[in-house]
Design a protein around this ligand. Structure first.
Ligand code: PEP
Ligand code: MG
Length: 361
């Protein structure tokens, strides 16, 4: 297993003494969390829970949930997923004991969960007892022409609240269990994705708080937690002063924020972006290195507006830019509290955060 030793280890110690910003990791498996901690991660900045839903043993229950006719059908599928999610979070919380863990509630483009081939529909019909015709009709109803701008993120939580309820329950049951066992629980930071309006966050924060109280009552235990949001839409950045009334933290989702601000698809940009960089239209690929002139203004504005409403609001970044040195330097300028990067980028982020702090000093 990787470890930072020798001269490199010494250099990293120096970096840690100099930097102001914390460095977290984007991870959703215990193995990645362990590795990131060895690389010096001080918490999880983004746990993408939809990745857990793609597990081969679960996808049938996930599809059943999405394609169910009504709430009762969804709840039946969610009963299968609850213990699985509880086990996911317990394993992660054990590794991250004592550290903050930002768990993002489900944010899939819905089409990634839908069955496509006839054999997938047939398998699902077998597993669920639902007819192929019903499943195909529901899949047709859920089809979207532009899934990345569609029924994803908190929009799922608004329309299917039982999904977010299940996830919140799994998180709180897992934290209470780890707390009971080891006496050292992590701080869960429950993050609502793709928020555009204050009301979305208000509704979903109330949902999380209700579930928390239910679980604390059942368990006879209580743990600290935060509810906050991603800022990944221009409207959220503009309305950050309002949105901060409902959330204790903001995490900048600069992948989507870049996509929605530039109007450039993050999935298709490779086809045409290279000449843009060659011609100096963008100094670097804006999905790799933050477009500081444009997207950066939205980040800075949202940070300022968020702090004006809630001076102690926690601010971080969890888009790919959180592992890019030039972007990290900008995060220091704006005064973010932490950056979050994929495990292998954690050492780079620690160094870059130190260089940024030195440059600012
Ligand atoms: C983002 O949009 O920057 C983000 C971190 O979320 P995801 O990449 O999962 O959409
Ligand atoms: Mg996103």
């Amino acid at each position: 297993e990787p470890e930072l030793v020798g001269d490199f280890g010494i250099l990293m110690d120096w970096a840690d003494k100099l930097r102001r910003m914390r460095v977290r990791t984007n991870a959703e498996t215990p193995d990645d969390c362990r590795m990131a901690r060895q690389f010096g991660a001080e918490g999880i900045g983004l746990c993408r829970t939809e990745h857990m839903f793609f597990d081969a043993g679960r996808i049938s229950a996930v599809r059943q949930m999405i394609l169910a006719e009504d709430e009762a059908g969804r709840r039946k599928a969610l009963e299968v997923l609850l213990p699985e999610q509880r086990a996911d979070f317990t394993a992660i919380f054990e590794v991250m004991a004592g550290l903050p863990c930002t768990i993002r509630l489900l944010d899939p483009p819905l089409h990634e969960f839908l069955p496509h081939s006839d054999s997938e529909f047939a398998d699902l019909a077998d597993a669920t007892g639902l007819g192929v015709d019903h499943l195909k009709r529901r899949a047709g109803e859920l089809h979207e022409f532009n899934p990345m701008l569609g029924h994803r993120g908190c929009r799922l939580g608004i329309t299917f609240p039982e999904i977010y309820e299940m996830q919140a329950r799994a998180i709180f049951e897992a934290v209470c269990a780890v707390q009971k066992e080891s006496g050292e629980a992590p701080l869960p930071e429950i993050m609502i994705p793709l928020v555009a309006t204050r009301r979305e966050l208000e509704i979903l924060r109330a949902l999380v708080e209700r579930v928390a109280e239910e679980v604390f009552e059942e368990q006879g235990a209580r743990v600290d937690y935060l509810v906050g949001t991603m800022i990944e839409l221009p409207r959220a950045a503009l309305m950050a002063g309002e949105i901060a009334h409902e959330g204790a933290f903001f995490s900048f989702g600069t992948n989507d924020l870049t996509q929605t601000t530039l109007g450039v698809s993050r999935d298709d940009s490779a086809r045409f972006l290279a000449p843009y960089v060659d011609k100096g239209i963008f100094p670097r690929d804006p999905f790799v290195s933050l477009d500081i002139d444009g997207v950066g203004q939205l980040v800075e504005m949202a940070a300022d507006r968020g702090r004006a409403t809630r001076p102690d609001i926690k601010l971080g970044i969890c888009g790919e830019h959180g592992g890019d040195p030039a972007s990290i330097s900008f995060c220091e300028e704006v005064g973010l509290d932490y950056v979050s990067a994929s495990p292998y980028r954690v050492p780079i982020a620690r160094l870059a955060a130190a260089q940024a702090a030195l440059a600012k000093a």
